[in-house]
Design a binder for this molecule. Structure first.
Ligand code: PLP
Length: 823
């Protein structure tokens, strides 16, 4: 088949009739069903295949133009891609949603019911993985030649259920009914080596080389998924690797006649890509995790170099054709693996290879919290990746040598900068490897980047003052407004046109409409409809009746002490006490909604979930409280839940301790959908407040400087307890078993963490400021016109937080890539 034939092939049409024909054909020929026998899932499969055909046409064209134009590619390496569902998103990005829905309607099918049968691709924990998914959407929309590289976990993020108030984890078997969006590439297979030993030998020219031998090999097989940009011109590729046992490995046993052992071992090596580690913002330090990281990296780099070598002889061109972004330190072993491939396999001199490597890599830091920074014990490394440990030692030796010349005599500085932590058990500091091996290191919000320079990476900032840069996070407005909130999307487009979809700054035009009472009413009506929809789902799934006229006060994110869901609970119990003290007081009715998963091994986070559910049980069943206050914990928070909850929010809780949340992106989703934020000066909250205006943002709490001063003066949480009667009452109730009569000491540990163990995240220091601020929130909610006005001004000010803006900054300042528009 030649190029002309490819160009002239039958391309799938975008009209309703053509889509309907395609849908019908797939139902019959891909699913072997007729409308009479088809289940909702069959209809989903058929629709997905019909849409997929349209993606494939543009995907082929995109890949063809990258190839023809010899484009510089961006490789986004990430252990997580939290994509969610694809059908709606693909239809909207191809702008064929109306045709598709009409085609289904004619056949007597409801699109919403069909779309809901799709399983979320939950190949990520939270913000970091969702950021990767938003970035892929933006890069395709901006026609940037990007490949996402990650792992095809067979089991993604666990499903959370609540039993007797407590979190229970269930496996996420998301591939059970097949995945219509992925294309297995059994021919695209790379060996990934582990264990073994290193032999050094001399070439004839006297040069020394290294062989990594006697390794245990696992094969990485590619699965490709199309990633359509908005407007559908560019369709990029997300390539995920699955572990397959290597043939050699099996043969050894088969030849010995040990068939059963061979098949059992095959399973063991395929376990490598079985399951996502469900730990967010803490490192697990398990060997299987390091194996997953190297597996992902090694397969991706082999693939990247293979693509480069098809067209290039000259290694010097590598950085002109390849930019690799490391999403956190998780894939940072790539620095050593690239050096191994260039030096050991392709025999480049070390200095040359190092020059290329550092021009290719850049690294994104996502957290300042010490417990999240990855380090691996040297013996673990030596056993699993012996050659990489040698290479890291060599990188470190040369790096420290340069530093020594710059700052002679400063032994302490060398110890602090070293890639090897020599205090106690020797460990490899993955962040140091990532920084040394990259030409750019970025934080994800202005404050976070400043803190990187001032605290954890201050020494690196001193020796390379231009390396650390800021790239404030963003979210894709296609999924988080257009798709999740069709009512608001239509209202906005009706007033300012559709250009905001690719130029989110256009939202500023909404500022002129705040004085238009007709627009305000429509805006309010959209919010109200979204709240009714959420109330309906909560009624159906949990049997809890909530009032759509009450203020929907929402905190949705991973459960973590630093995110302070517990502070939210302290406020809820405070309100509960106030209502009980004065039952006929004129209170603003409030529905507090919390959702999020706790890492299975994080006992305190799980205890907080249980407390939320116990408090909810008490409040929701107290006849004195009625509709004035409700507390709801929605189980199994994931992208699909976010898409329903976010558009229904009045108030967005972004209440992390100042200096702990690197950026946050949930804060952006909620404000973009017209929620007002109650928040601290932390992460991107600071920039959101600047953009939407301080008068449209409820600020409370200590600043980082306040917190530092407090610690210097000697923080005494017990003094807060003694000095504040309402707080004292709340803590006494929780500690005394008020919400858990069956086991009165259940929450002793929660209260002890605050009163006896130092209250690390300053909940008690911020309590009064938070509760006072919530009183101001309630006051404003009494004035619906004013509230709506400020909600509109929030939407209008969110242009900056499009991930399109973030990606443009990366492309210009870090990757040096330009758009390639397919024919
Ligand atoms: C956006 C998102 C997050 C991140 O939320 P934060 O409030 O920034 O922590 C986590 N999980 C899901 C499912 C999301 O969509």
């Amino acid at each position: 088949m030649n190029k002309e034939m490819i160009l002239q092939r039958q391309v799938a049409g975008m009209g309703k009739e053509q889509i309907q024909a395609s849908l019908f054909n797939h139902l019959i020929y891909s699913n072997s069903k007729y409308p009479l026998t088809a289940t909702t899932r069959d209809w989903f499969q058929a629709m997905a295949h019909a849409v997929r055909d349209r993606l494939v046409d543009r995907w082929t064209e995109t890949m063809q133009s990258y190839y023809e134009q010899d484009a510089k590619r961006i490789y986004y390496l990430s252990m997580e891609f939290l994509v969610g569902r694809t059908l709606s998103n693909a239809m909207l990005n191809l702008e064929i949603d109306e045709q598709c829905k009409a085609a289904l309607n004619d056949l007597g099918q409801q699109f919403e019911a069909i779309a809901e049968t799709e399983a979320d691709a939950a190949l990520g924990n939270g913000g970091l993985g969702r950021l990767a998914a938003c970035f892929l959407d933006s890069m395709a929309t901006l026609d940037l030649p990007c490949y996402g590289y990650g792992i095809r976990y067979e089991y993604g993020m666990f499903r959370q259920s609540i039993e007797n108030g407590a979190q229970v984890e269930h496996p996420d078997n998301w591939l059970r009914y097949g995945n219509p969006w992925e294309f297995p590439r059994p021919e695209l297979l790379y060996p990934v080596k582990f264990h073994g030993r290193v032999v050094e030998y001399k070439e004839d020219d006297g040069a020394s080389h290294h062989h990594w031998v006697d390794t245990v090999d696992v094969m990485a097989m590619a699965y490709d998924t199309p990633v359509p940009g908005y407007g559908g011109k560019t369709v990029n590729n997300m390539r995920l690797w699955a572990a397959k046992s290597s043939r050699d490995f099996e043969l050894k046993y088969f030849n010995q006649g040990n068939y059963i052992q061979a098949v059992a071992d095959k399973n063991e090596s395929e376990n490598l890509s079985k399951v996502l580690y469900p730990d967010d913002s803490t490192e697990m330090g398990r060997e299987l995790r390091l194996k997953q990281q190297f597996f992902c990296v090694s397969a991706s780099l082999q693939d990247i170099l293979h693509r480069f070598r098809k067209h290039h002889e000259d290694w010097q061109q590598l950085p002109d054709k390849v930019a690799i972004q490391l999403n956190d330190t998780h894939p940072s072993i790539a620095v050593a693996e690239m050096m191994r491939l260039l030096v050991d396999i392709h025999h480049l001199p070390w200095d040359e290879a190092w020059g290329l490597t550092t021009r290719i890599f850049s690294y994104t830091n996502h957290t300042l919290m010490p417990e999240a920074l990855e380090t691996w014990p040297v013996p673990t490394f030596e056993n699993l990746l012996p050659r990489h440990l040698q290479i890291i030692y060599e990188i470190n030796h040369r790096f420290l040598h340069t530093v020594m010349h710059l700052f002679p005599g400063d032994g302490e500085l060398l110890r602090r900068l070293s890639i090897i932590d020599e205090t106690g058990e020797r460990r490899v500091r993955m962040s140091h490897l990532a920084i040394v091996g990259s030409h750019a290191v970025n934080g994800v919000a202005a404050l976070h980047t400043e803190l990187m320079k001032r605290t954890i990476f201050a020494d690196f900032h001193r020796i390379t003052p231009n390396k650390i840069v800021n790239m404030t996070n963003g979210i894709t407005p296609r999924r988080w407004l257009h798709q999740a909130n069709p009512g608001l999307s239509k209202l906005i487009s009706a007033r300012i046109g559709k250009a905001w979809l690719i130029d989110l700054d256009q939202l500023h035009k909404l500022r002129e409409l705040v004085g238009d009472s007709g627009f305000r009413q429509q805006f309010h009506a959209v919010k109200r409809a979204n709240k009714e929809r959420l109330a309906g789902i909560i009624r159906k799934q949990q049997g809890i009746e909530i009032d759509p006229d009450s203020m929907f006060d929402i905190q949705i994110k991973r459960i973590h002490e630093y995110k302070r869901q517990l502070l939210n609970v302290l406020h809820v119990v405070t309100l509960y006490n106030r209502i009980r003290a004065e039952a006929d007081a004129d209170m603003v009715p409030r529905t507090v909604i919390i959702a999020g998963k706790a890492a299975p091994g994080y006992a305190m986070a799980k205890l907080i979930i249980r407390l939320i559910n116990d408090v909810a049980e008490t409040i929701n069943n107290d006849y004195l409280i009625g509709n004035k206050l409700k507390l709801v914990f929605i189980p199994n928070y994931d992208v699909s839940h976010a898409e329903i909850i976010v558009p229904a929010a009045d108030l967005s809780e972004q209440i992390s301790t100042a200096g702990t949340e690197a950026s946050g992106t949930g804060n952006m989703k909620l404000a973009l959908n017209g929620a007002l934020t109650i928040g601290t000066l932390d992460g991107a909250n600071i920039e959101i407040r600047e953009e939407v205006g301080a008068e449209n943002f409820f600020l409370f709490g200590l600043t980082i400087e306040d917190a530092e001063a407090l610690h210097r003066a000697g923080y005494d949480p017990a003094a807060c307890y003694r000095n504040h009667a309402e707080l004292r009452r709340v803590l006494d109730m929780i500690a005394g078993g008020y919400f858990c009569a069956d086991e009165p000491t259940r929450y002793q540990a929660v209260v002890d963490a605050l009163l006896k163990h130092g209250d690390r995240f300053l909940l008690l220091a911020d309590y009064e400021s938070y509760v006072d601020c919530q009183d101001r929130v309630a006051q404003l909610y009494r004035d619906p016109a004013e509230w709506t006005k400020r909600a509109i001004l929030n939407v209008a000010g969110m242009g900056k937080f499009s991930s399109d803006r973030t990606i443009r900054e990366y492309a210009q300042h870090i990757w040096h890539v330009s758009p390639i528009v397919p024919r």
